[in-house]
Design a protein around this ligand. Structure first.
Ligand SMILES: C[S@@+](CC[C@H](N)C(=O)[O-])C[C@H]1O[C@@H](n2cnc3c(N)ncnc32)[C@H](O)[C@@H]1O
Length: 616
């Protein structure tokens, strides 16, 4: 029987005032920090005492203060309590006494942001020697001073707090959060880095006046210095893979040699690409002349020859579970290859495994086997392809036409069985209109699992409402932002109120939830950083006899309404791609064509940037 989480107030962590509504994005670092600050104020009863404190007594900006770190926030920052105020100090550990410099007071919320200066008395948790010489200056990593088991345990509490603070669900609806699944590689795992350099001071003015931009010196090439908007020079980044690190050295040198050719600052792409060759076959063996940057890794019967690609439009190749994935190097692909086989296996087990546990008052009964998978926000088809052997039929959808082109190519490359896989370039909101109707039993909701892997901002309400109408047997929600994930899962479980201004123009009404959470846990896609990937597995609740959820009653799954659907076909092992035009309604593909993979993955890029370069 699933254990219940020990704490949960069953309501959102706070009501935002008007100003915050406008400025703090849901699930953003600031939103998450505020939730932690408020919880700590409440738990320590500081909120009341803070009101009695004279805020004029707050230390002056830029002054240095001594602080004892109480706990870690879900943003990865240490939180200290002093004189009715909470101080946020990066690069610390609970139990540390540190010296910090006051950066910014937020008096209305009783917290202060600071810069970390030094450790006066170290915490017993501070046992690790950071491998990166820039740790505590660069904004990329937060946890290199902490043992890995401690990082994983902290990320488990991050998931717990996300569901407590952001899901609006009662504790009884949330099972005990599972242990975080660790990354096989804790350093040397990132297959993509995007260092940058800024333009020369006055460069924009020179450009406006039609003058050639002049560089007095080679600029700093690297990532944001913590607490600033300035780029710091970074010569090595130990969370990058070996080939990416070699690429960094090479690109730094190339920019140094050619700086006069740049008219402004630029972002550099470093993306690992793998060529797989058979051991003992052609291409095996020594690194040849001119190939000094090739990194060779033995993988069973193969050698993986890894290089670093720097052209956004070139094709990068990765292998996961024996499947090959080709992608434009600048487009989104998961950045930690080492953990991907663990998540695909986990999802496979969860979807196909017995649904036998009891949650709340409802007991799961045995279900028909899941045969179909819908991969919402599929990108270049990672989950669709990697899980293809598990399902008879799959549909992947993504708003970026370029990603869908890659997804189809990847289905071809991996010779997926004929007609097993369909990819649609469209907004995920249009997905449900394109699900083949039930004539031949294909995509019956009780035989279908939906995988959701949206950008950081999560799903929108329209998507959730349609998902609730369709009512697939299983939903697996994968997210790089557990806070927006918790909000969306809260809607799927507890229902949501739809406004009068939604796409159907109907009055405000309640849409009931349909699911219970079977399991939720973190996967550590980003060791050494405060980020965690959340994986929530939901199953459809048993309906009481004769009862139908208000939201579901009378609403069927839309027929294929003319969406331009391209099916992947494989004939006699020879793979072709054919258009199957199913009618004549507004072309979702046309709409999606307007969105490039680069644009659509801006959130993904932003999140990568947040991981690698986050700054205040
Ligand atoms: C986190 S990535 C996941 C990609 C894929 N699941 C993978 O593992 O590689 C999020 C994807 O959502 C897509 N996306 C963003 N907004 C979308 C929308 N409204 N409808 C469909 N896809 C969207 C982006 O293009 C991006 O590929």
């Amino acid at each position: 029987m699933a254990q219940k989480r020990p704490f949960n107030e069953g309501k959102r962590h706070f009501k935002k005032n008007k100003k915050q509504k406008a400025s703090v994005a849901e699930g953003s670092n600031e939103d998450v920090l505020l939730a932690d600050v408020r919880r700590l104020l409440k738990d320590t009863k500081l909120a009341e005492s803070a009101q009695q404190e004279n805020k004029k007594d707050l230390p002056e900006q830029h002054s240095e203060i001594e602080l004892s770190i109480h706990s870690l926030s879900s943003t990865g920052d240490g939180l200290a309590l002093k004189d009715g105020q909470i101080y946020v100090v990066p690069f610390t550990a609970p139990g540390d006494t540190v010296i910090a410099k006051v950066f910014k007071h937020v008096p209305e919320e009783s917290y202060t942001l600071t810069d970390f200066l030094s450790v006066k008395h170290p915490s017993p948790h501070r046992t690790e020697t950071p491998r990166c010489p820039y740790f505590t200056q660069c904004s990329g990593c937060q946890f290199q001073h902490l043992p890995y088991t401690y990082q994983l345990a902290h990320k488990k509490t991050t998931v717990e707090k996300a569901y407590a603070n952001f899901s609006s669900l009662p504790a009884s609806s949330i099972p005990a959060v599972g242990d975080t699944i660790g990354s096989p590689l804790q350093y040397g795992y990132r297959t993509k880095l995007t260092p940058h350099f800024d333009g020369p001071p006055g460069g924009r003015r020179d450009k406006r006046q039609g003058r050639k931009v002049t560089w007095e010196e080679v600029p700093a090439i690297g990532f944001m210095r913590k607490g600033t908007r300035k780029t710091m020079d970074i010569e090595e980044c130990p969370i990058g893979t070996e080939s990416v690190q070699r690429g960094l050295r090479r690109e730094r040198e190339r920019v140094r040699q050619n700086i006069d050719q740049y008219q402004r600052g630029a972002t550099l792409l470093l993306r690992e690409s793998t060529e797989r060759v058979e051991k003992g076959g052609d291409g095996d063996g020594e690194v040849k002349n001119g190939e000094e940057d090739v990194v060779m890794e033995g993988r069973g019967e193969y050698i993986h020859r890894k290089t670093c690609i720097t052209d956004n439009k070139a094709t990068s190749t990765e292998y996961v579970d024996g499947f090959r994935f080709d992608n434009p190097a600048g487009a989104f692909f998961q950045n930690n290859n080492s953990i991907l086989p663990l998540i695909t296996q986990y999802i496979r087990d969860k979807i196909l495994g017995p649904a036998s546990s009891t949650i709340g008052n409802s007991t799961a009964v045995s279900k028909p086997k899941i045969k179909n998978m819908i991969d919402a926000y599929c990108g270049s088809g990672f989950f669709t392809v990697a899980l293809s052997r598990t399902f008879a039929h799959s549909i992947g959808i993504d708003i970026a036409a370029q990603s869908i082109a890659s997804a189809r190519h990847n289905a071809d490359l991996n010779r997926l069985p004929s007609n097993s896989t369909t990819f649609i370039a469209a907004d995920a909101n249009d997905l449900f209109a394109a699900i083949p109707q039930n004539d031949d039993g294909k995509f019956a909701p009780e035989e279908t699992a939906v995988i959701i892997d949206p950008p950081r901002k999560g799903c929108d309400e329209g998507f959730i409402r349609q998902l609730l109408r369709y009512g697939p047997e299983r939903v697996v929600y994968v997210s790089c932002n557990v806070h927006t994930q918790a909000r969306d899962v809260g809607w799927l479980v507890g229902g949501l109120e739809m406004g009068a201004d939604d796409d159907e123009g109907l009055p405000v009404r309640r849409v009931e939830g349909l699911y219970e959470i079977e399991s939720v846990r973190g996967f550590d896609f980003f060791p050494m950083t405060g980020h965690v990937e959340g994986v929530a597995v939901l199953r459809r609740k048993e309906k009481p006899d004769g009862a139908g959820s208000e939201a579901v009653a009378g609403v069927g799954v839309g027929k294929v309404d003319g969406a331009a659907v391209k099916e992947h076909n494989a004939v006699d092992g020879k793979v072709t791609t054919a258009d199957t035009q199913a009618g004549a309604s507004p072309s979702m593909e046309q709409k999606a064509d307007a969105v490039t993979a680069e644009e659509a993955s801006m959130d993904a890029a932003a999140e990568a940037a947040e991981v690698a370069q986050a700054s205040r």
